[in-house]
Design a protein around this ligand. Structure first.
Ligand code: NI
Length: 135
């Protein structure tokens, strides 16, 4: 670890209260430690989007299968990018909702295109992803 640098950060009051509650509930020792963890997560979550290297990870899509056409469009998108997708899992999470877990491996630029296509499939309820650089 390099040397420690102190910095000041401004927060809206309600955001800081919510943050402190999570810190207490998780038993994290200090606000500084929690902010460092959050910054590491932020870097890990976003660095792959800037540099176009090879990455592997998962895309999670929650959607209502009762929304007309969405399931077919999500499937079409996966078939369009089939070389990126070694595996996918469909979980029925409620009477209405499905969770699609798509494992991916490929160039970041191609995975960004797949994510864009999945978003275009219609009104997904939630779409998130975790990617790790392969190096
Ligand atoms: Ni389902």
């Amino acid at each position: 670890m390099g040397r420690i640098i102190r910095t000041g950060v401004s927060f809206p009051e309600d955001l800081l209260k919510a943050f402190d509650k999570i810190i207490r509930d998780l038993g994290i020792r200090s606000r500084s430690q929690a902010i460092q963890e959050a910054v590491r997560d932020f870097i890990a979550m976003n660095s792959w989007r800037i540099a176009d290297g090879e990455v592997a990870g998962t895309i999670l899509v929650r959607y209502s299968h009762e929304k007309y056409g969405i399931e077919e469009k999500l499937t079409d998108a996966q078939h369009e990018f089939l070389k990126l997708i070694p595996s996918a899992l469909h979980i029925h999470i409620s009477k209405e909702d499905c969770l699609l877990v798509i494992a991916v491996r490929g160039m970041a630029s191609e995975i960004k295109e797949l994510v864009k296509k999945l978003r275009e499939a219609g009104r997904v309820k939630q779409l998130t992803y975790v990617m790790m650089p392969i190096c």
